[in-house]
Design a protein around this ligand. Structure first.
Ligand code: SF4
Length: 384
């Protein structure tokens, strides 16, 4: 192999990606990872020489929505090429081989790169009845996850189902699906919950590994703090309307047409930690709230149970001035509303600080055991 062959630098040249576009991407990645701009050149140097990383992508009880996100681009961008540096040796939806040849691809990678490949898991893992509800090649998905994730450098759990069982693991589900953390506790697991996960967060996680040789710091539930460390409500473009008491009260009403706050339509943004407003989806085109629908809290533990009914408004979190209407924000109420806004802002700030402080206390670079305990508590949002 020629020097530099197979590196991301070569890949970029082959795809006619300009140096300017590449450096812009590196700056964007530094920002996404909450790193100072001075890290952009370091990211660029690391990515220039980054070698292919073997990956085994497993799918269990899933809808392939995260695979869709992985493949989303219609034209090769730098981000696509970074993802291309992942040598996906096994992926049931994408790979050409089938049957025993496919199974052999997986076991060959496990055997050839012990402790040096990345496992990506998409979908829940059923444990009821010995895992019989999901079997591949005559083996339970659970046993495949134990083998592949048990021998991996790290596992990235993409989407909510791989995080905590998601929809198949919701109350009443007969398969008793769980997330990866419950199957291989103590292993290095990076959880990227979301329905689906945002591929930008997967890209940034990979870029962090290629640059620093470690995975990003995670919170108590194994979620990278760069992506899940801030309250969604504090980053939302409709926040000014919330503070002004301007709410959508019915689909298609005047407030909805004007882009007002969706809190009273059931938006779960005030109790959700995610970076959707800043990274958005589909090449940063939009995200649910921008499109006019409330956040359903899909990055939060057991959100199908804890955040539903999705159209019922949250009970008033302390300090939130949600019963103030636009009409009431008049001169006579300026003082009171200002006070409520200050209290609200202070409460939000304190909550975010508390959440971050508790997360930071237990977060560590995911080069060592990470992922934290399986989300086996009551699954309630981590907002006080
Ligand atoms: S309640 Fe929802 S729509 Fe309103 S500001 Fe918060 S996140 Fe945005």
């Amino acid at each position: 192999m020629e020097p530099g062959e197979g590196t991301l630098g070569r890949l970029l040249v082959a795809h006619h990606v300009s140096r300017r576009a590449f450096l812009r991407f590196c700056s964007a990645m530094a920002a996404a990872l909450a790193l100072p701009p001075m890290y952009a050149p370091r990211i660029a140097r690391a990515l220039d020489v980054a070698q292919r990383v073997p990956v085994i992508w497993l799918e269990g009880q899933d809808c392939a929505g995260n695979t869709e996100g992985f493949l989303r681009a219609s034209h090769p961008t730098v981000a696509d090429l970074v993802l291309e540096i992942l040598s996906v040796d096994y992926h049931e939806t994408l790979m050409a081989p089938a049957g025993t040849a496919a199974e052999r691809s997986r076991s060959d990678t496990v055997g050839a790169f012990p402790g040096a490949y990345i496992a990506v898991v998409e979908g829940g893992i059923p444990v009821a009845e010995g895992g019989v509800y999901c079997a591949i090649g005559g083996r339970s998905f659970r046993s495949i996850v134990e083998e592949v994730c048990g021998g991996a450098l790290a596992t990235i759990a993409v989407g909510t189902c791989a995080y905590d069982g998601g929809l198949p693991g919701a109350n009443g589900g007969p398969t008793e699906a769980v997330g990866v953390s419950a199957i291989v506790p103590g292993k290095t697991i990076i959880n990227l919950p979301g329905c689906p996960m945002n591929v930008q967060n997967l890209t940034a996680t990979i870029v962090h590994y290629l640059t620093f040789g470690t995975f990003p710091a995670v919170d108590s539930r194994g979620r990278p703090t760069f992506a899940y460390g801030q309250l969604l409500h504090d980053q939302c473009e409709r926040r000014a309307h919330f503070d002004a008491g301007e709410y959508v009260l019915g689909w298609g009403d005047e407030g909805h047409r004007k882009g007002w706050c969706l809190y009273k339509m059931g938006c779960k943004g005030p109790e959700t930690f995610a970076n959707c407003p800043t990274v958005r989806f589909n090449d940063r085109t939009s995200w649910p709230v921008k499109a006019g629908h409330g956040c359903v809290g899909c990055t939060m533990p057991r959100f199908w149970d804890q955040m539903s009914p999705f159209y019922r408004r949250l009970s008033n979190p302390p300090g939130f001035a949600v019963d103030v209407t636009a009409d009431e924000v008049g001169l006579a109420f300026v003082g009171a509303v200002t006070g409520l806004t200050v209290i609200h802002g202070a409460a939000s700030y304190a909550r975010a600080r508390r959440a971050r402080a508790s997360d930071e206390a237990i977060s560590r670079p995911a080069g060592g055991p990470a992922g934290g305990p399986p989300p086996s508590g009551d699954g309630r949002p981590e907002v006080a």
